[in-house]
Design a protein around this ligand. Structure first.
Ligand code: FES
Length: 474
Protein backbone atom coordinates (compact mmCIF):
# COMPACT_ATOMS: atom_id res chain seq x y z
CA UNK A 1 0.00 0.00 0.00
CA UNK A 2 1.33 3.43 -0.96
CA UNK A 3 0.90 6.21 1.58
CA UNK A 4 1.45 9.87 0.80
CA UNK A 5 3.29 11.93 3.42
CA UNK A 6 3.20 15.73 3.62
CA UNK A 7 4.10 16.62 7.21
CA UNK A 8 7.73 17.58 7.87
CA UNK A 9 7.19 18.25 11.56
CA UNK A 10 6.51 14.68 12.67
CA UNK A 11 8.62 11.55 12.36
CA UNK A 12 7.55 9.05 9.72
CA UNK A 13 6.60 6.26 12.16
CA UNK A 14 4.33 8.59 14.15
CA UNK A 15 2.64 9.81 10.97
CA UNK A 16 2.01 6.24 9.84
CA UNK A 17 0.57 5.43 13.26
CA UNK A 18 -1.81 8.38 13.01
CA UNK A 19 -2.88 7.16 9.57
CA UNK A 20 -3.84 3.85 11.22
CA UNK A 21 -0.74 1.88 10.23
CA UNK A 22 1.11 1.22 13.49
CA UNK A 23 4.48 -0.42 12.88
CA UNK A 24 6.23 -3.15 14.80
CA UNK A 25 8.33 -0.86 17.04
CA UNK A 26 9.66 -3.30 19.56
CA UNK A 27 12.76 -1.22 20.43
CA UNK A 28 10.49 1.75 21.07
CA UNK A 29 12.01 3.83 18.29
CA UNK A 30 15.62 3.52 19.36
CA UNK A 31 16.61 2.37 15.88
CA UNK A 32 18.07 -0.91 17.10
CA UNK A 33 15.50 -3.61 16.28
CA UNK A 34 15.14 -2.90 12.56
CA UNK A 35 11.47 -3.95 12.57
CA UNK A 36 9.98 -0.64 11.43
CA UNK A 37 11.69 -0.75 8.02
CA UNK A 38 9.64 0.83 5.21
CA UNK A 39 10.21 1.51 1.53
CA UNK A 40 10.61 5.16 0.56
CA UNK A 41 9.00 5.37 -2.87
CA UNK A 42 9.43 9.08 -3.55
CA UNK A 43 10.72 12.23 -1.90
CA UNK A 44 13.82 13.30 -0.02
CA UNK A 45 14.27 12.18 3.58
CA UNK A 46 16.59 12.27 6.55
CA UNK A 47 17.35 8.96 8.25
CA UNK A 48 19.40 9.33 11.43
CA UNK A 49 20.31 12.81 10.17
CA UNK A 50 21.69 11.49 6.87
CA UNK A 51 20.04 12.47 3.55
CA UNK A 52 18.28 9.60 1.77
CA UNK A 53 16.63 9.93 -1.62
CA UNK A 54 13.88 7.56 -2.73
CA UNK A 55 13.80 4.82 -3.81
CA UNK A 56 15.40 3.41 -0.68
CA UNK A 57 14.61 1.56 2.52
CA UNK A 58 14.67 3.28 5.89
CA UNK A 59 13.76 2.80 9.54
CA UNK A 60 10.54 4.76 9.96
CA UNK A 61 11.32 5.53 13.59
CA UNK A 62 14.46 7.44 12.56
CA UNK A 63 13.18 9.06 9.37
CA UNK A 64 11.78 12.52 8.62
CA UNK A 65 10.47 14.04 5.41
CA UNK A 66 12.59 16.83 3.89
CA UNK A 67 10.90 17.47 0.54
CA UNK A 68 7.37 18.90 0.33
CA UNK A 69 5.85 15.48 -0.27
CA UNK A 70 6.96 11.88 -0.23
CA UNK A 71 5.42 8.47 -0.39
CA UNK A 72 6.16 5.21 1.35
CA UNK A 73 5.19 1.56 1.24
CA UNK A 74 4.95 -0.62 4.38
CA UNK A 75 6.14 -4.22 3.99
CA UNK A 76 3.90 -6.84 5.58
CA UNK A 77 6.61 -7.82 8.06
CA UNK A 78 6.79 -4.29 9.48
CA UNK A 79 3.07 -4.05 10.27
CA UNK A 80 1.23 -4.95 13.41
CA UNK A 81 -1.41 -7.08 11.71
CA UNK A 82 -4.70 -8.14 13.24
CA UNK A 83 -4.47 -11.16 15.47
CA UNK A 84 -8.16 -11.83 15.25
CA UNK A 85 -8.81 -15.53 14.99
CA UNK A 86 -5.63 -16.58 16.76
CA UNK A 87 -7.34 -17.21 20.06
CA UNK A 88 -8.39 -20.74 20.85
CA UNK A 89 -11.76 -21.45 22.37
CA UNK A 90 -10.28 -23.83 24.93
CA UNK A 91 -11.17 -21.55 27.82
CA UNK A 92 -14.87 -21.80 27.06
CA UNK A 93 -14.75 -25.36 28.33
CA UNK A 94 -13.32 -24.55 31.74
CA UNK A 95 -16.53 -23.68 33.57
CA UNK A 96 -20.01 -22.94 32.23
CA UNK A 97 -20.75 -19.26 31.75
CA UNK A 98 -23.93 -17.67 33.15
CA UNK A 99 -26.93 -17.94 30.82
CA UNK A 100 -28.67 -14.56 30.50
CA UNK A 101 -30.40 -12.67 27.68
CA UNK A 102 -28.27 -9.55 28.06
CA UNK A 103 -25.01 -9.09 26.15
CA UNK A 104 -21.86 -8.52 28.21
CA UNK A 105 -18.26 -8.02 27.13
CA UNK A 106 -15.05 -9.15 28.83
CA UNK A 107 -11.66 -7.73 27.85
CA UNK A 108 -8.22 -9.11 28.60
CA UNK A 109 -5.66 -6.29 28.57
CA UNK A 110 -2.40 -8.06 27.89
CA UNK A 111 1.00 -6.42 27.68
CA UNK A 112 1.14 -7.47 24.04
CA UNK A 113 -2.42 -8.22 22.97
CA UNK A 114 -5.93 -7.00 23.71
CA UNK A 115 -8.66 -9.63 23.43
CA UNK A 116 -12.41 -9.14 23.89
CA UNK A 117 -15.35 -11.52 23.86
CA UNK A 118 -19.11 -10.84 23.99
CA UNK A 119 -21.32 -13.30 25.85
CA UNK A 120 -25.05 -13.88 25.50
CA UNK A 121 -27.11 -16.81 26.80
CA UNK A 122 -23.94 -18.57 27.91
CA UNK A 123 -22.30 -18.48 24.48
CA UNK A 124 -19.66 -16.30 22.88
CA UNK A 125 -21.37 -14.33 20.11
CA UNK A 126 -18.52 -12.02 19.05
CA UNK A 127 -14.83 -11.57 19.63
CA UNK A 128 -12.21 -9.00 18.74
CA UNK A 129 -8.46 -8.80 19.19
CA UNK A 130 -5.67 -6.39 18.38
CA UNK A 131 -2.20 -5.54 19.58
CA UNK A 132 -1.87 -3.32 22.61
CA UNK A 133 -0.96 0.05 21.06
CA UNK A 134 1.17 0.81 24.12
CA UNK A 135 3.77 -1.48 22.51
CA UNK A 136 5.31 1.63 20.99
CA UNK A 137 6.21 2.70 24.53
CA UNK A 138 8.09 -0.55 25.15
CA UNK A 139 7.78 -4.30 24.69
CA UNK A 140 7.62 -5.35 28.32
CA UNK A 141 6.09 -4.32 31.59
CA UNK A 142 9.21 -2.66 32.99
CA UNK A 143 9.70 -0.42 29.94
CA UNK A 144 6.01 0.56 30.11
CA UNK A 145 6.39 1.48 33.78
CA UNK A 146 9.39 3.59 32.94
CA UNK A 147 7.57 5.25 30.00
CA UNK A 148 4.58 6.00 32.25
CA UNK A 149 6.70 8.41 34.28
CA UNK A 150 6.44 10.89 31.41
CA UNK A 151 3.72 9.52 29.11
CA UNK A 152 1.03 8.22 31.46
CA UNK A 153 -1.91 10.04 29.88
CA UNK A 154 -0.73 9.35 26.33
CA UNK A 155 -0.35 5.65 27.09
CA UNK A 156 -3.75 5.49 28.72
CA UNK A 157 -5.39 7.26 25.80
CA UNK A 158 -3.75 4.91 23.29
CA UNK A 159 -5.20 1.97 25.21
CA UNK A 160 -8.66 3.53 25.51
CA UNK A 161 -8.71 4.33 21.79
CA UNK A 162 -7.96 0.71 20.94
CA UNK A 163 -10.61 -0.55 23.36
CA UNK A 164 -13.13 1.89 21.88
CA UNK A 165 -12.40 0.51 18.40
CA UNK A 166 -12.97 -3.03 19.60
CA UNK A 167 -16.20 -2.17 21.41
CA UNK A 168 -17.59 -0.40 18.33
CA UNK A 169 -17.29 -3.66 16.40
CA UNK A 170 -19.17 -5.67 19.03
CA UNK A 171 -22.87 -5.90 19.95
CA UNK A 172 -23.77 -3.18 22.50
CA UNK A 173 -23.21 -4.63 25.97
CA UNK A 174 -25.03 -3.92 29.22
CA UNK A 175 -21.78 -4.35 31.19
CA UNK A 176 -18.07 -4.64 30.50
CA UNK A 177 -15.28 -6.06 32.66
CA UNK A 178 -11.52 -5.90 32.21
CA UNK A 179 -8.68 -8.11 33.46
CA UNK A 180 -4.98 -7.45 33.21
CA UNK A 181 -1.68 -7.61 35.02
CA UNK A 182 -1.03 -4.99 37.66
CA UNK A 183 0.70 -2.57 35.29
CA UNK A 184 -1.91 -2.80 32.52
CA UNK A 185 -4.77 -2.43 35.01
CA UNK A 186 -3.13 0.62 36.60
CA UNK A 187 -2.56 2.21 33.18
CA UNK A 188 -6.19 1.59 32.18
CA UNK A 189 -7.34 3.53 35.24
CA UNK A 190 -4.74 6.28 34.82
CA UNK A 191 -2.99 5.24 38.02
CA UNK A 192 0.74 5.87 37.90
CA UNK A 193 2.42 2.43 38.05
CA UNK A 194 5.91 3.74 38.84
CA UNK A 195 5.99 2.11 42.30
CA UNK A 196 5.66 -1.29 40.57
CA UNK A 197 9.06 -0.82 38.96
CA UNK A 198 11.32 -0.65 41.99
CA UNK A 199 11.67 -2.11 45.50
CA UNK A 200 9.57 -2.59 47.56
CA UNK A 201 7.31 -3.01 44.49
CA UNK A 202 4.25 -1.53 46.14
CA UNK A 203 0.87 -1.80 44.44
CA UNK A 204 -0.48 1.76 44.03
CA UNK A 205 -4.10 0.51 44.02
CA UNK A 206 -5.47 -3.01 44.26
CA UNK A 207 -9.24 -2.51 43.90
CA UNK A 208 -11.12 -0.41 41.39
CA UNK A 209 -14.74 0.72 41.64
CA UNK A 210 -16.87 0.36 38.49
CA UNK A 211 -16.49 3.32 36.14
CA UNK A 212 -18.86 4.40 33.41
CA UNK A 213 -17.65 3.82 29.86
CA UNK A 214 -18.67 7.29 28.69
CA UNK A 215 -16.45 8.88 31.37
CA UNK A 216 -13.53 7.15 29.64
CA UNK A 217 -14.66 8.13 26.15
CA UNK A 218 -15.67 4.57 25.35
CA UNK A 219 -18.69 3.95 23.10
CA UNK A 220 -20.44 1.84 25.76
CA UNK A 221 -22.16 4.03 28.39
CA UNK A 222 -22.29 1.11 30.78
CA UNK A 223 -20.48 0.14 33.97
CA UNK A 224 -16.97 -1.19 33.49
CA UNK A 225 -15.81 -3.56 36.22
CA UNK A 226 -12.19 -4.47 36.96
CA UNK A 227 -10.68 -7.66 38.34
CA UNK A 228 -8.83 -6.87 41.58
CA UNK A 229 -5.05 -7.24 41.83
CA UNK A 230 -3.07 -9.44 44.22
CA UNK A 231 0.34 -7.74 44.22
CA UNK A 232 2.78 -5.90 41.99
CA UNK A 233 3.57 -9.05 40.03
CA UNK A 234 0.40 -11.08 40.49
CA UNK A 235 -2.38 -9.23 38.73
CA UNK A 236 -6.06 -9.60 37.95
CA UNK A 237 -5.19 -11.87 35.02
CA UNK A 238 -3.71 -14.63 37.20
CA UNK A 239 -6.36 -14.10 39.91
CA UNK A 240 -9.06 -14.45 37.25
CA UNK A 241 -7.44 -17.66 36.05
CA UNK A 242 -7.50 -19.02 39.60
CA UNK A 243 -11.19 -18.18 39.82
CA UNK A 244 -11.86 -20.09 36.61
CA UNK A 245 -9.77 -23.15 37.31
CA UNK A 246 -10.44 -24.06 40.96
CA UNK A 247 -7.02 -25.67 41.35
CA UNK A 248 -6.70 -29.04 43.03
CA UNK A 249 -3.89 -29.91 45.48
CA UNK A 250 -0.70 -30.53 43.50
CA UNK A 251 -1.70 -28.28 40.56
CA UNK A 252 0.76 -25.71 39.25
CA UNK A 253 -0.93 -23.01 37.15
CA UNK A 254 1.37 -20.97 34.91
CA UNK A 255 0.60 -18.05 32.64
CA UNK A 256 3.69 -17.92 30.42
CA UNK A 257 4.39 -14.45 29.17
CA UNK A 258 6.84 -11.60 29.51
CA UNK A 259 6.12 -11.77 33.21
CA UNK A 260 5.62 -15.46 33.90
CA UNK A 261 3.07 -15.74 36.72
CA UNK A 262 2.59 -19.05 38.50
CA UNK A 263 0.50 -20.34 41.40
CA UNK A 264 1.02 -23.66 43.18
CA UNK A 265 -1.84 -25.31 45.05
CA UNK A 266 -0.20 -27.06 47.98
CA UNK A 267 -1.41 -30.40 49.29
CA UNK A 268 -3.27 -28.61 52.11
CA UNK A 269 -5.11 -26.52 49.50
CA UNK A 270 -3.29 -23.22 50.20
CA UNK A 271 -2.08 -21.21 47.21
CA UNK A 272 1.44 -19.80 46.71
CA UNK A 273 2.14 -17.43 43.83
CA UNK A 274 5.38 -16.27 42.25
CA UNK A 275 6.43 -14.32 39.18
CA UNK A 276 9.53 -14.94 37.09
CA UNK A 277 10.73 -12.17 34.80
CA UNK A 278 11.17 -14.15 31.59
CA UNK A 279 11.48 -11.03 29.46
CA UNK A 280 10.03 -10.57 26.02
CA UNK A 281 12.30 -12.96 24.04
CA UNK A 282 9.53 -15.54 23.59
CA UNK A 283 7.38 -12.76 22.17
CA UNK A 284 10.04 -12.09 19.57
CA UNK A 285 11.58 -8.95 21.07
CA UNK A 286 15.36 -8.65 20.84
CA UNK A 287 15.56 -11.69 18.55
CA UNK A 288 17.05 -11.04 15.09
CA UNK A 289 14.23 -12.79 13.20
CA UNK A 290 11.78 -12.88 16.10
CA UNK A 291 8.14 -11.99 15.76
CA UNK A 292 4.96 -12.31 17.73
CA UNK A 293 2.44 -15.04 16.86
CA UNK A 294 1.17 -13.13 13.84
CA UNK A 295 0.07 -14.36 10.42
CA UNK A 296 3.15 -15.37 8.44
CA UNK A 297 5.15 -16.32 11.54
CA UNK A 298 6.82 -19.71 11.72
CA UNK A 299 5.12 -21.32 14.72
CA UNK A 300 6.68 -24.79 14.58
CA UNK A 301 10.09 -25.90 13.40
CA UNK A 302 11.07 -29.52 12.69
CA UNK A 303 14.38 -29.07 10.84
CA UNK A 304 15.77 -26.94 8.02
CA UNK A 305 12.91 -25.88 5.73
CA UNK A 306 10.50 -28.15 7.66
CA UNK A 307 8.22 -25.76 9.47
CA UNK A 308 4.62 -24.66 10.00
CA UNK A 309 3.39 -21.12 9.64
CA UNK A 310 0.41 -19.18 10.96
CA UNK A 311 -1.74 -18.46 7.88
CA UNK A 312 -2.28 -14.87 6.84
CA UNK A 313 -5.75 -13.31 6.94
CA UNK A 314 -6.22 -14.21 3.24
CA UNK A 315 -5.59 -17.87 4.09
CA UNK A 316 -2.28 -17.98 2.22
CA UNK A 317 1.07 -18.65 3.86
CA UNK A 318 3.40 -16.41 1.84
CA UNK A 319 6.99 -15.83 2.86
CA UNK A 320 7.87 -16.44 6.53
CA UNK A 321 8.07 -13.17 8.45
CA UNK A 322 10.05 -14.59 11.36
CA UNK A 323 10.04 -17.00 14.26
CA UNK A 324 7.51 -16.77 17.06
CA UNK A 325 8.18 -18.06 20.57
CA UNK A 326 6.97 -21.63 20.04
CA UNK A 327 9.23 -22.04 16.99
CA UNK A 328 12.18 -20.72 18.99
CA UNK A 329 11.58 -23.42 21.59
CA UNK A 330 11.43 -25.96 18.73
CA UNK A 331 14.64 -24.58 17.24
CA UNK A 332 16.55 -25.00 20.51
CA UNK A 333 15.32 -28.59 20.85
CA UNK A 334 15.93 -29.54 17.21
CA UNK A 335 19.42 -28.04 17.04
CA UNK A 336 20.40 -29.60 20.37
CA UNK A 337 19.09 -33.04 19.32
CA UNK A 338 21.01 -32.78 16.05
CA UNK A 339 24.24 -32.08 17.94
CA UNK A 340 24.46 -28.60 16.45
CA UNK A 341 24.16 -26.79 19.78
CA UNK A 342 26.20 -27.22 22.96
CA UNK A 343 24.75 -27.27 26.49
CA UNK A 344 25.81 -23.63 26.76
CA UNK A 345 24.02 -22.55 23.60
CA UNK A 346 27.05 -22.36 21.31
CA UNK A 347 26.85 -23.57 17.73
CA UNK A 348 28.83 -26.69 16.97
CA UNK A 349 30.85 -26.35 14.81
CA UNK A 350 31.15 -22.59 15.49
CA UNK A 351 29.29 -20.37 13.03
CA UNK A 352 27.65 -16.92 13.24
CA UNK A 353 24.07 -18.11 12.66
CA UNK A 354 21.87 -21.04 11.66
CA UNK A 355 19.35 -20.70 8.88
CA UNK A 356 15.86 -21.90 9.84
CA UNK A 357 14.16 -21.09 6.54
CA UNK A 358 14.99 -18.86 3.63
CA UNK A 359 15.75 -15.43 5.07
CA UNK A 360 14.98 -16.54 8.65
CA UNK A 361 17.85 -17.42 10.94
CA UNK A 362 18.86 -17.64 14.57
CA UNK A 363 22.10 -16.32 16.08
CA UNK A 364 24.06 -17.21 19.22
CA UNK A 365 22.97 -13.88 20.72
CA UNK A 366 19.33 -14.89 20.13
CA UNK A 367 19.97 -18.23 21.80
CA UNK A 368 21.52 -16.50 24.79
CA UNK A 369 18.34 -14.46 25.26
CA UNK A 370 16.11 -17.51 24.85
CA UNK A 371 18.16 -19.45 27.37
CA UNK A 372 17.86 -16.55 29.81
CA UNK A 373 14.07 -16.56 29.39
CA UNK A 374 13.72 -20.32 29.74
CA UNK A 375 16.16 -20.28 32.67
CA UNK A 376 13.91 -17.83 34.52
CA UNK A 377 10.82 -19.97 33.91
CA UNK A 378 12.60 -23.21 34.87
CA UNK A 379 14.13 -21.71 38.02
CA UNK A 380 10.81 -20.20 39.05
CA UNK A 381 9.08 -23.55 38.75
CA UNK A 382 11.83 -25.39 40.65
CA UNK A 383 11.87 -22.85 43.50
CA UNK A 384 8.10 -22.85 43.80
CA UNK A 385 7.89 -26.64 43.75
CA UNK A 386 10.59 -26.96 46.41
CA UNK A 387 8.97 -24.30 48.57
CA UNK A 388 5.61 -26.04 48.28
CA UNK A 389 6.92 -29.45 49.26
CA UNK A 390 7.67 -31.28 46.02
CA UNK A 391 6.89 -31.71 42.34
CA UNK A 392 3.47 -30.69 41.13
CA UNK A 393 1.05 -33.38 39.97
CA UNK A 394 0.04 -31.51 36.83
CA UNK A 395 0.93 -28.33 35.02
CA UNK A 396 -1.85 -26.09 33.78
CA UNK A 397 -0.66 -23.64 31.15
CA UNK A 398 -2.57 -20.51 30.17
CA UNK A 399 -1.86 -17.75 27.68
CA UNK A 400 -1.39 -17.44 23.94
CA UNK A 401 2.21 -18.68 23.91
CA UNK A 402 1.21 -21.97 25.54
CA UNK A 403 -1.40 -22.63 22.86
CA UNK A 404 1.27 -23.02 20.18
CA UNK A 405 3.94 -24.59 22.38
CA UNK A 406 5.26 -28.08 21.54
CA UNK A 407 5.22 -29.48 25.05
CA UNK A 408 7.73 -32.24 24.29
CA UNK A 409 10.23 -29.69 23.01
CA UNK A 410 9.59 -27.40 25.98
CA UNK A 411 10.44 -30.32 28.27
CA UNK A 412 13.41 -31.35 26.09
CA UNK A 413 15.09 -27.96 26.52
CA UNK A 414 14.42 -28.03 30.27
CA UNK A 415 11.95 -25.15 30.24
CA UNK A 416 9.08 -27.16 31.69
CA UNK A 417 9.37 -30.21 33.94
CA UNK A 418 8.12 -33.54 32.64
CA UNK A 419 4.66 -33.61 34.19
CA UNK A 420 1.14 -34.08 32.84
CA UNK A 421 0.25 -30.79 31.13
CA UNK A 422 -3.12 -29.18 30.43
CA UNK A 423 -3.38 -26.16 28.15
CA UNK A 424 -6.39 -24.02 29.00
CA UNK A 425 -6.22 -20.94 26.76
CA UNK A 426 -6.96 -17.39 27.84
CA UNK A 427 -8.30 -17.74 31.40
CA UNK A 428 -7.92 -14.01 32.00
CA UNK A 429 -10.43 -13.30 29.22
CA UNK A 430 -12.74 -15.97 30.59
CA UNK A 431 -12.62 -14.33 34.01
CA UNK A 432 -13.37 -10.89 32.54
CA UNK A 433 -16.39 -12.27 30.70
CA UNK A 434 -17.63 -13.95 33.88
CA UNK A 435 -17.23 -10.76 35.93
CA UNK A 436 -19.12 -8.80 33.27
CA UNK A 437 -21.94 -11.36 33.40
CA UNK A 438 -21.95 -11.64 37.19
CA UNK A 439 -20.53 -8.56 38.95
CA UNK A 440 -20.99 -10.34 42.30
CA UNK A 441 -18.16 -12.65 41.16
CA UNK A 442 -15.85 -9.83 42.42
CA UNK A 443 -16.61 -10.87 46.00
CA UNK A 444 -15.47 -14.42 45.30
CA UNK A 445 -12.31 -13.11 43.62
CA UNK A 446 -11.53 -10.82 46.56
CA UNK A 447 -11.77 -13.67 49.01
CA UNK A 448 -9.74 -15.95 46.70
CA UNK A 449 -7.06 -13.27 46.65
CA UNK A 450 -6.74 -13.49 50.43
CA UNK A 451 -5.79 -17.16 50.10
CA UNK A 452 -2.77 -16.47 47.87
CA UNK A 453 0.58 -15.91 49.58
CA UNK A 454 3.48 -14.67 47.48
CA UNK A 455 6.98 -16.10 47.19
CA UNK A 456 9.51 -13.52 46.05
CA UNK A 457 11.88 -15.59 43.95
CA UNK A 458 14.78 -13.15 44.25
CA UNK A 459 14.76 -13.72 48.01
CA UNK A 460 14.77 -17.52 47.74
CA UNK A 461 18.17 -18.99 48.68
CA UNK A 462 19.59 -20.82 45.69
CA UNK A 463 17.43 -19.07 43.09
CA UNK A 464 20.54 -17.70 41.35
CA UNK A 465 22.06 -21.15 41.07
CA UNK A 466 18.84 -22.64 39.72
CA UNK A 467 18.59 -19.78 37.26
CA UNK A 468 22.10 -20.47 35.93
CA UNK A 469 21.38 -24.20 35.77
CA UNK A 470 18.10 -23.45 34.02
CA UNK A 471 19.97 -21.54 31.31
CA UNK A 472 21.81 -24.72 30.28
CA UNK A 473 20.41 -27.16 27.74
CA UNK A 474 19.96 -30.76 28.94
S1 FES B 1 14.26 0.31 14.56
FE1 FES B 1 12.42 1.36 14.40
S2 FES B 1 11.30 0.86 16.09
FE2 FES B 1 13.14 -0.21 16.29
Amino acid sequence: MRIEIHDKTLGLAEQLRRFGFPLDMRCDGRGTCGRCRVRLLSGCWLENGVAVNAPAEALACRTWLVSETGSVEIPFASCLPSTQGLFADAWQNIAPMPVKDEVVVGIDIGTTTLAAAALQRGRIIAREACFNPQARFGDNVMSRISAAETHLEEMRQALLDALADMLRKMPPPTRVAIAGNSTMTSLFHGVNPVSLGHAPFALPQSDFAPVSGDCLGLPASVPIHTLPLISAFLGGDILGGLGELHLKPGDLFIDIGTNCEMVFCKMDGTLVGAAAAAGPAFEGAGIACGTRAVPGAICHYRGFDAFEMIPRDDGLLGTPVGLCGSAMVDALAVLRRAGLLSRFGRFEPPCPKKEIAQGVYITEQDIEQLLTAKGAVAAGIRCLEEYCGGPCRRLILAGGFAQFLDLDNAAAIGMLPKRPVFVVGNTSLAAAVRLAAEPTHATELSSLRQSVSELHLNNVPGFDVKFLEGMMLP
